[in-house]
Design a protein around this ligand. Structure first.
Ligand code: C2O
Length: 545
């Protein structure tokens, strides 16, 4: 079947946090935007009509885009943006994947308000008891300021953008914020003893979140649209970009309960003032009296133990016919991920030219998207000169003590801005060690790979050591994901098969870090046949300039 939507992106006037009539960019006048619901094997067609004042692209987060590489969406990576007043039709199949994914703008900071759920239902049944009802729980952030101005200011000054003014559940901050009680609190209605499938998505720009429901617990059954071994927990931990499908039985007394999301701050040492506020929604039982809901006891905001326990204990549900971990590795990469500094670009008008500005990097390469064409167009037309170079390094330029405070010095922090890609042969197996650093700040970076799911073989703290880590790899039922929260001051090992030709962005899903260059690009070469090659671009693909 074909699932067709029209996305009119434009200004929406909205009141939040005692601020009447804020103008935001939204799809079809909704925040969150419309949910796309498809069934595995369907074709999704979305007509983007850009009535906003900004250039726009939409990314379908977690969709493989096999044979539809042009529809992936990151600006200047796979397409030029759709200009204000322009339009473009995204067309792709949702084949071989099912579960909870989402879509969001992939340009400037516009995904702060341009986002929505993308649910792919299975063609058969679920590998768990059928829930009575399903609910989308989209966690996000709210800024009182215009987010495009925030991004511009961050770029011009080379200083990371400040934190959000509130966290949100389905676009609303909830009762615990000022001026936020009645129509700015999302309400879920449940019936006692029914089972709910919560499709939880973290659409926040910069904040990993804890999520709890007072007096209720969860059974996690999937993450990033990959089924997991059922995992019982009373807290969900979710980094920007990730999704968690959790079953929740309404088995408490008839009453009203808060669902709540609060920040997990993995930064060491503590960064700029962090908002420790809590977003809430109300879970109300049918027949409950209108009493004040109970608040769940949330983890302390630096509770790395709770975050790590949840994130590292998940394993895949091994189903018949499911793909298994490739055991032979063709390319091994060791990639440092973290903060640093770089020389100002000439366009960064407000940065202090005599010194350096903040820059994020992978293996000391701080990624700068090209200006005049997208990487995919340059790749497809074989006109890469002046657009990108094929020299993304497999190792960091120097080996150092990545996670010790002592290594945090000006020399180690220095990175170079560049547009470097890693070229992969069709079908080769890649293993990547993602090593977080302690340069400027230790943090848990949520690293997202476009075009693929990867297996997470291991993750832990400190400096990666192959001799002790490799024997502990889970090669039997490792979790599969498209976004891995690399432990703060630690590492993760991922493996994937490059069986999807095209240009695939890999980056930190903290928008503030992506903007500072925390990304790189895989260029996967064509395979031997037309259906293993990048197809011709659609006739209406927007052009730059
Ligand atoms: Cu959800 Cu490149 O991002």
């Amino acid at each position: 079947a074909v699932v067709e939507h029209t996305f009119n992106v434009g200004n929406l006037s909205i009141s939040r946090l005692c601020q009447p009539d804020r103008i935001i960019t939204a799809v079809n006048g909704q925040l969150p935007g419309p949910t796309i619901q498809a069934t595995e094997g369907d074709t999704v067609v979305v007509h983007l009509v850009n009535e906003s004042p900004y250039s726009m692209t939409i990314h379908w987060h977690g969709i493989f885009q096999r044979g539809s590489q042009w529809a992936d969406g990151p600006a200047m990576i796979t397409q030029c943006p759709v200009r204000a007043g322009g339009n473009y039709t995204y067309r792709f199949n949702v084949t071989g994947q099912e579960g909870t994914l989402w879509w969001h703008a992939h340009i400037s900071f516009l995904r702060a308000t341009v986002y929505g759920a993308l649910v792919i239902l299975p063609r058969g049944g679920y590998p768990f008891p059928k829930p009575d009802k399903e609910e989308i729980v989209m966690l996000g952030e709210w800024w009182n300021a215009n987010v495009v101005d925030l991004q511009q200011m961050a770029f011009l000054t080379g200083f990371p953008a400040r934190q959000a003014d509130a966290y949100t559940i389905n676009g609303k901050p909830g009762d615990l914020y000022n001026c936020s009680a009645t129509n700015q609190t999302h309400r879920f209605e449940v019936r006692q003893n029914e089972t709910y499938l919560l499709r939880i998505i973290n659409a926040a720009l910069n904040t990993p979140l804890f999520f709890k429901v007072a007096n209720h617990s969860f059974t996690v059954v999937a993450v990033d649209a990959c089924y997991t071994t059922p995992y019982k927990t009373d807290v969900v931990v979710i980094a920007p970009g990730q999704t968690v499908d959790a079953l929740m039985v309404a088995d408490a007394a008839v009453g009203r309960y808060y669902m709540a999301a609060s920040p997990y701050d993995s930064g060491v040492p503590a960064g700029p003032p962090f908002s420790m506020t809590v977003a809430t929604a109300v879970l109300g039982y049918v027949g409950a009296r209108n009493t004040t809901p109970a608040l769940p006891r949330l983890p302390e905001f630096r509770d790395t133990d709770t975050a790590h326990r949840f994130l590292s204990n998940l394993t895949a549900l091994v189903l018949p016919g499911k793909r298994t971990v490739p055991l032979a590795v063709d390319t091994r990469m060791f990639v440092t991920v973290g903060m640093g500094v770089a020389d100002c670009l000439p366009e960064q008008a407000l940065c202090n030219r005599s010194s350096t500005v903040f820059a994020s990097s992978m293996n000391n390469a701080s990624f700068v998207p090209p200006k005049n064409t997208s990487i995919l167009q340059a790749h497809y037309n074989n006109m890469t000169s002046g657009v990108y170079t094929r020299d993304f390094p497999d190792r960091p330029p120097v080996v150092f003590d990545y996670t010790s405070d002592a290594s945090d010095n000006a020399t180690m922090q220095y990175t170079t801005k560049s547009t470097r890609v890693k070229t992969l042969r069709y079908n080769e197996t890649v293993e990547m060690v993602l090593q977080n650093t302690r340069l400027i700040a230790k943090e848990s970076h949520p690293m997202h790979l476009h075009g693929f799911n990867f297996f997470v073989l291991a993750q832990s703290f400190g400096n990666y050591d192959a001799t002790t880590a490799a024997p502990q790899f889970n090669l039997v039922n490792p979790q599969e994901r498209n976004t891995i929260a690399v432990p703060t001051g630690g590492w993760a090992v991922i493996r994937f098969v490059a069986d999807n030709p095209g240009i695939w962005y890999m980056h930190c899903h903290f928008e503030a870090h992506l903007d500072l260059g925390l990304g790189m690009v895989f260029e996967v070469q064509d395979g031997p046949t037309p259906d293993t090659s990048v197809p011709s671009p659609p006739g209406d693909l927007p052009l730059c300039g």
